[in-house]
Design a protein around this ligand. Structure first.
Ligand SMILES: [Zn+2]
Length: 152
């Protein structure tokens, strides 16, 4: 098995401050980044610096071209599923704290369906669905747009 992810492989992107996340394919993540870089999104993602994991919790290193454009991702650590899950739940805790400030996203009810701790694949599927199920906004998904509303 190659240590380089394919374009359809899922990536978990987490801000270094654990207040923003996305579960997307490599291609989707690249497209989303392009929207922000070109200023076409309604939010700018102020100062977010991202860490990347694969679905099993292995930290990924982005491969950059000379112009620093991301060309792909390679695995660079053994899996740390508990650490990754903990970070995802920190983000969700912050969303829960701020949900009442943005009632239009209906987060309070939706957060009741977050899978129980310990089932990482169910958690990633829940985050991915929450990030893609609703095509409103520049990317998609109520969680993505709520996270932008919270962090910019
Ligand atoms: Zn975005």
């Amino acid at each position: 098995m190659s240590d380089r992810l394919g374009s359809a492989d899922l990536i978990v992107a987490l801000s270094a401050t654990d207040d923003w996340m996305q579960v997307s394919s490599v291609d989707e993540l690249r497209d989303h980044g392009r929207v922000h870089r070109e200023g076409r999104g309604s939010h700018v993602g102020h100062g977010l610096e991202l860490d990347f994991y694969d679905e099993s919790g292995r930290l990924l290193r982005p491969l950059l071209a000379m112009d620093l454009e991301v060309q792909g991702f390679v695995v660079c650590t053994p899996a740390q599923p508990e650490a990754m899950e903990s970070r995802i739940r920190t983000v969700l805790g912050r969303v829960r704290e701020r949900a009442a400030d943005h009632p239009q996203y209906g987060a309070a009810g939706r957060l009741e369906h977050v899978p129980a701790p310990g089932d990482l694949s169910a958690l990633l599927e829940w985050v991915r669905t929450a990030t893609t199920e609703d095509a409103r906004g520049h990317q998609s998904g109520w969680l993505h747009n709520l996270l932008h509303a919270i962090v910019g």
